[in-house]
Design a protein. Sequence first.
Length: 256
Amino acid sequence: MHGRMTTAGRLTLGFGVLLLLLVLSVSLGLNRLKVLNHVVERAVVHDWEHTVLANNAIDLMHAQTRDTLLLFQVHDPAPVRKRIVQRVETIGKLLAELDRRLVDPRSRTLIERILVERAAYVASFSEVAAMLEAGQREAASRHMIVETVPALDTVLASMDALIRLQGDILVDTGSDSLRTFESARQTLVVFLVAAIIASLLMSIWIIRAVVRPLGGEPEDARAVVERIASGHLDAEIRLRPGDADSLLAAMRTMQR
């Protein structure tokens, strides 16, 4: 079938294949970019925000630790208790946001543990605040040392673990991004090399489709025709080795 194709048909097929390869190259590149964009978005928008939220929460918890100890060092603890209560609300919102966002199983386990541990701390601090309000300063101090501070330390330790985990996830996401980029680059390089080879083969096929029927380059064939047309019937016609059925071969046969 290919041997009977016209030159125009071969040119059409060749350009069609080249156009198809171009479209496939662009589509493959866009697909790889989409995957890479998803990985980068996960690192920048999600994993990084998780780390920021966790760091904000633990900063407020450290401030809680300072103010919790300050309660027994000031004459009027009311302003300190007010700050602590406000931070409790803010920390609660941050942890609720983390609880809503985190989907990694390891992160889920930690945030659920943190919520339970924090509830125990808040309950213990509420008891301390009630004792101070009732004037039971020594009892409040004992309760603070025995229960509240250890409960807060437990929450802080879990928050530290969550922050380290989020850092590890961020590093893993960055590694995934690099691997995705390398994979995309290798895939595109392989595809482009294949496209170049296919283009070269198509070019050779098309050139042969034009040159072989003529028996030489179009300019050479035209020159021979012009010489014969001007009356030089004995003009030398050079043929390619093994050429017996081209236009130039037919003209040489006519000379005989």
